[in-house]
Design a protein around this ligand. Structure first.
Ligand code: ADP
Length: 206
C-alpha cells in the first residue's frame, strides 16, 4: 500500500488546530480528519465511548493502541466511501499522532510532508481560548480550569517531543496568536509550494 501523503496540524490544546485543519480540508484535494472529532462521534454508551469520556474528562490521552485503531478504521471507511481518495488527496490530520508511540504505529501508514506547528508559548492565552470554547462548543473537557491545566501538561510531556521526532526539516513554526487568516495563509503557501513540486516531479517522471 502507498502511504498517505499527510500534513499534520500540531499544537497545544487551544492553539487552533481544528480551525486550521477544517479550513484546509475545504480545499479540493485535501481531506481533513480530527482525532478528537472521531472520538466525540462515538456513542458514549459503548465501551470505547466510555473510555473516551473517562480519559478526556481527566485531561489525559486515550490509550495509544485503541486510538490509532479507531483512527485507522475511520480512514479506511472514508477511503471505501470515496470521501478520501488517497491517490489524489492529501490527508490533513489534527490531534493525531499525539505522542511518539502513536507516530511509530502510524509510520507505515502516513508519509508526513510537513508538520504545521501552531506555536503559542503564552499558555494563559490558550487557557482563555479554551474557556471560551467550553461555552461555545459545549466541550466538557474545556470547562474546568484544572482539567485544562492537566491537558496542557499532557501536551508538554507527551506531544511536544514529536517536534524533535519529526525534525526541523518537516516542522513549520507558525505563530498561533495571529489572526486565523494569517495563520492559514502561511499553511496554504507551504502546501501550495509542495503541490507545485509534486506536480513538477510527476511531469518529469512521465
Ligand atoms: P484539543 O485540541 O483541545 O486537545 P481534541 O478535540 O483534539 O482537543 O481532543 C480532545 C480529547 O480527546 C483529548 O484531550 C484526548 O483525551 C482525546 N484524544 C484526541 N486525540 C487523541 C489521540 N491521538 N490520542 C489519545 N487521545 C486523544
Amino acid at each position: 500500500m502507498n502511504k498517505y501523503r499527510t500534513y499534520l496540524i500540531f499544537g497545544a490544546p487551544g492553539s487552533g488546530k481544528g480551525t486550521q485543519g477544517k479550513t484546509l480540508g475545504t480545499i479540493p484535494r485535501f481531506f481533513h480528519c480530527a482525532c478528537g472529532e472521531v472520538f466525540r462521534s462515538i456513542d458514549t454508551r459503548t465501551p470505547l465511548g466510555r473510555k473516551f469520556v473517562e480519559y478526556s474528562s481527566r485531561g489525559e490521552l486515550v490509550p495509544d493502541e485503541v486510538t490509532v485503531e479507531l483512527w485507522r478504521v475511520r480512514i479506511l471507511h472514508c477511503v471505501e466511501a470515496h470521501i478520501f481518495k488517497p491517490d489524489i488527496d492529501h490527508l490533513v490530520l489534527d490531534g493525531i499522532p499525539r505522542n511518539i508511540a502513536q507516530a511509530e504505529i502510524m509510520r507505515d501508514i502516513i508519509d508526513v510532508k510537513h508538520v504545521f506547528h501552531l506555536s503559542c508559548p503564552d499558555r494563559s492565552k490558550l487557557v482563555e481560548r479554551l474557556k471560551k470554547r467550553a461555552i461555545k462548543d459545549n466541550r466538557l473537557d474545556d470547562a474546568n480550569e484544572s482539567v485544562i491545566r492537566h491537558r496542557l501538561e499532557t501536551y508538554e510531556r507527551e506531544s511536544k517531543p514529536l517536534l524533535d521526532y519529526y525534525g526541523k526539516d518537516l516542522i513549520c513554526d507558525i505563530d498561533a496568536t495571529e489572526e486565523p487568516i494569517a495563520v492559514f495563509s502561511k499553511i496554504v503557501a507551504i502546501a501550495a509550494r509542495d503541490s507545485e513540486l509534486e506536480a513538477a516531479a510527476a511531469a518529469s517522471a512521465a
